[in-house]
Design a protein around this ligand. Sequence first.
Ligand code: UDP
Length: 260
Amino acid sequence: MKKGKKLYEGKAKIIFASSDKNLVIQHFKDDATAFNNQKKSNIEGKGILNNRISEHILSALKDVAIENHLVKRLNMREQLIELVDIIPIEFVIRNIATGSLTKRLGIEDGTILNKPLIEFCYKNDELGDPLVAKEHIDAFEWASVIEIDYITQQCLRINDFLLGMFKGIGIKLVDFKLEFGKRKSDGKIILADEISPDTCRLWDADTEKKLDKDRFRKDLGNIIEAYQEVARRLGILHEQISNVRPIKFPKPTAVKIKKK
Ligand code: UDP
């Protein structure tokens, strides 16, 4: 697949054209930003880990019939994806109250929610991605009511699947952000963007140690180690992206078979 010109550069990713008009190449950068771009840094290896983790999660979702933009990973930093028109809404799904929810409503940090809470934020950096109601989405025609209802159902299905997947590896899925878009080829709404420790809050189930971007937001250090820990538990840690030396097995010794 030939890489064409740069179509768009975001905070953590770049989109390049490909030789197929319905497909583009998504490149994961090491750049990290928080608090609406006020805090910036470059975290070596983050893009490689997010590329790998997001590929793993989106492939697993595809296996349970949740359509998404992933076609295949191309290399350490890039994946081939289906071109979509992004719906300008961030869908935030919460299982445990933390972050902006606790600040906005004075809810105690760590409160377990009775059922998943879905919030809609209008994707607009200048406005700081404000929280909006379903009615705003309809009124300003960012998506129709039917489309929002469909996406909400998809969000709940994805949450169910991811809750189980992370539980199985000793991680609590606290909250996460999803983006959806209309596929260029047929207009169908599919899951897009990425699912990684940049877009999820992941706590170790025993210690509640943060294994996500909050380590950057809150200056907790060991960001790469935390992302690697998520990749390791998912069973996808590649030698090239870890400091872990490959295990050397002793050379098999030839077994002599005695002739009778
Ligand atoms: N999130 C994201 N991108 C954004 C805003 C939020 O990926 O632009 C994710 C964030 O990582 C967290 C969830 O959405 O997993 C809820 O974020 P919250 O609104 O609490 O964000 P805060 O304002 O605390 O960063």
